[in-house]
Design a binder for this molecule. Structure first.
Ligand code: ZN
Length: 426
């Protein structure tokens, strides 16, 4: 298909983007063929008239779990048991597959044209990725890690990560990821808010430094980069010392941590969405225990300070929202941009730039997507008003285009409870 997008304001995704008027975006197949001045002949094109709306690069969500819908929970689930049950027979395994595929499509409908999955069920992330790439159905571009690597009693062990008891088992999983053509490796190094049994230890070390080092070395040898779930300062330090390339979440930084980030050329993926409900909601709403609320607050503060320190020191910051955690739905990535602006003090412009061009670069696809630019993939979204004035306009995208495929009226079904509680924190 050939499209001409006319009569809109272009926000190109670059750091100093300003709404650009009077231009036509020409799309041929999957790519942006050119961006030219108004007035050329549009013969042979399907014309999309934006009527003064705003067009920008599709959003890139750097921290996604395709296994959860984000519904608030009354009490903690036993995820390991649930996953074992799901894959115990072909009928429920097929249900899991359809769920993952459906969630990926919801992400696309909400304007996320690329998602980076950091822990999934079996090989479903790469399977759905490959099917989307083969054109079997519409979906976002998926940068997939499949299951992460955890340790006995570690974070997400047995649900969206395998349980490696030995270094050998960790390596075997990396070999398996190579076979499945996964895009990177995810390690679960520390615990999380829900793993902690006592106040003040939300990011307890779980994986031994020897295993982190061996896994990172082996993954690098196989051509993978390594992302790691880390929620304590000690964890960040040990992760960086032993070869991790991206710290997912983050924790209270110090000078040593800043130095290590720079030395390793590593980046941090800021994720405010999963911690916010535990930290800021009344416990009667979040259903968190006192310990979980206390630790949620610690993690929330740690993530904010890590992000701010990284920004101040020229360390790259990616943005993701940890979809699948309670209160984090597949269609709400736009909220993470709002929080990034509100809690770290960056401008709306920088938040949008991060969720597009910076995320693309850090995901290793900066030459393919992330900006509205000649030669890039036609990954675009349209909003009614200017997101640089108010990011909330991203809540309802009016059009999505993924690799040149048009979705004219994207719709998602929203959870009213989630909206009502979270809207107070925008
Ligand atoms: Zn996560």
């Amino acid at each position: 298909m050939r499209y001409a997008i006319i009569n809109g304001y272009i926000l190109d995704g670059t750091e100093n983007m300003e709404p650009l008027q009077g231009k036509v975006i020409l799309i041929d197949g999957k790519k942006i063929m050119d961006i030219v001045d108004e007035g050329i002949s549009l013969n042979g094109y399907d014309v999309i008239d934006l009527n003064g709306q705003y067009v920008m690069p599709g959003l890139i969500n750097m921290h996604v779990h395709l296994a959860g819908n984000g519904k608030p929970q009354k009490k903690q689930r036993d995820n390991t048991k649930l996953v074992n049950l799901l894959f115990s027979n072909p009928v429920t395994a097929a249900v899991a597959y359809r769920m993952v595929r459906n969630y990926a499509q919801i992400a696309l409908m909400s304007g996320q044209t690329t998602i980076r999955t950091v822990g999934g069920l079996k090989d479903l992330d790469t399977r759905v990725r490959d099917e989307i790439n083969a054109g079997k159905y519409a979906g976002p571009r998926i940068i997939a890690s499949n299951e992460g690597i955890s340790v006995p009693h570690g974070h997400m062990a047995g649900s969206v990560a395998i349980t490696a008891e030995t270094i050998e088992q960790a390596k075997e999983h990396i070999d398996y990821l190579k076979e499945k053509k996964a895009d990177f490796v995810k390690l679960m190094i520390t615990g999380g808010v829900l793993d902690a049994k006592a106040k003040g230890v939300p990011g307890e070390m779980k994986m031994k430094p020897e295993m982190i080092k061996a896994a990172c070395d082996y993954a690098h040898e196989k051509g993978f980069i390594v992302a790691a779930h880390v929620e304590s300062s000690e964890g960040v330090r040990i992760a960086l010392e032993n070869g991790v390339d991206s710290i997912e979440h983050g924790a209270m930084p110090d000078e040593e941590i800043i130095r290590l980030f720079k030395e390793r050329n590593a980046f941090v993926t800021t994720t405010l969405s999963p911690a916010l409900p535990y930290a800021l909601f009344d416990r009667s709403v979040s259903n968190a225990s006192e310990v979980e609320q206390y630790n949620g607050n610690m993690v929330f503060e740690g993530i904010i300070e890590c992000s701010k320190a990284a920004l101040a020191n020229g360390i790259p910051v990616a943005l993701g929202n940890d979809v699948g955690c309670p209160w984090v739905t597949q269609y709400d990535f736009w909220r993470e941009l709002c929080y990034f602006h509100k809690y770290t003090g960056v401008s709306n412009r920088f938040a949008l730039h991060t969720a597009t061009q910076i995320n693309a670069r850090l995901a290793g696809i900066g030459d393919i997507t992330g900006t509205v630019e000649k030669g890039k993939c036609a990954d675009l979204i349209v909003t009614e008003s200017n997101p640089l004035d108010d990011l909330k306009t991203l809540r309802n995208v009016k059009m999505v285009m993924a690799k040149g495929k048009l979705i004219a009226n994207p719709k998602v079904r929203r959870n009213q409870t989630v909206d009502r509680e979270l809207d107070q924190y925008l």
